[in-house]
Design a protein around this ligand. Structure first.
Ligand code: NDP
Length: 240
């Protein structure tokens, strides 16, 4: 059996591609999700990957879910904090609820995911923490004050964890995808999406598998000296 990897939000979109790639590379994969039971069941049918349901925004639920995964599959050595949501609105219309839902899921959710796993990684002197941030955490985005704040915060988390974990054999890195063809992006109105694609020098959206391959590298032994880094994968969408 290979190393145990947990992918939060691992049943759909980018997370599903990550789960499948890690399984193909020999990991024993656990994919978590929030509530879409039908998508999770279909994913397990197609891949044979076990799924586990909990809300990453809830610390106690995350801790209990992680304990269940570890009791079932063994200690988690690779964790991919991928679960994320958008609640877009221009700032003057953004409600406190939209702000808090995104902060609780995308930022506090990373704390809730990594914190229960971290002591075991320190004890075993090995760990890989990979956080899926976003280009919009690097450059900001109209109507995404909440989302951009969380994704920029994710970069601060990995840079700090990297310094705390380095001596214990733990690496923490982030990936900033550009626009990837998942339900999250296909939910953007078509005319807006067309404008987004026109602004990508590659002339297309990225594929979830292109992010999954970046994760596989960061999880591997080959990436042992990469720590606190950000991999940018966005089709040459440069920004200042
Ligand atoms: P999707 O909406 O396609 O999938 C989201 C996944 O996360 C689902 O499995 C969902 O579970 C799960 N999830 C959502 N909220 C929670 C929660 N509170 N607790 C547990 N699981 C949850 O998203 P994408 O694949 O598009 O995005 C994945 C990550 O990549 C996100 O962090 C996103 O911000 C980031 N990203 C995406 C980009 C893109 O272009 N798509 C670009 C840059 C970054 P369920 O099925 O139950 O709803």
């Amino acid at each position: 059996m290979g190393r145990v990897a947990l992918v939060t939000g691992g049943t759909r979109g980018i997370g599903a591609a990550i789960s499948k790639k890690l399984k193909a590379d020999g990991y024993t994969v656990a994919a978590s999700y929030a509530g879409n039971d039908a998508a999770a069941a279909k994913f397990t049918d197609e891949t044979g990957i076990k799924t586990f349901k909990w809300n990453v925004a809830d610390y106690e639920a995350s801790k209990a879910g992680i304990e269940t995964v570890e009791a079932d599959l063994g200690p988690i050595e690779v964790v991919v904090a991928n679960a994320g949501i958008t609640r877009d609105a221009p700032f003057h219309k953004m409600t406190p609820q939209q702000w808090h839902e995104v902060i609780d899921t995308n930022l506090t959710g990373v704390f809730n995911t990594v914190h229960p796993i971290w002591p075991g990684m320190r004890t075993r002197k090995f760990g890989r923490v990979i956080v899926i941030s976003s280009i919009n955490g690097q450059k900001g985005q109209f109507a995404q004050v909440n989302y951009a704040a969380t994704k920029a915060g994710d970069l601060g988390i990995v840079k700090s964890l990297a310094q705390e974990g380095a001596r214990a054999g733990i690496t923490a890195n982030a990936i900033c995808p550009g626009y990837i063809a998942t339900e999250m992006v296909m939910a953007i109105p078509e005319e807006v999406r067309e404008k987004i694609i026109a602004g990508i020098p590659a002339g297309r959206l990225g594929e979830p598998e292109e992010i999954a391959r970046c994760v596989a590298f960061l999880a591997s032994d080959d990436a042992g000296f990469m720590n606190g880094s950000t991999i940018t994968a966005n089709g040459a969408q440069f920004f200042v």
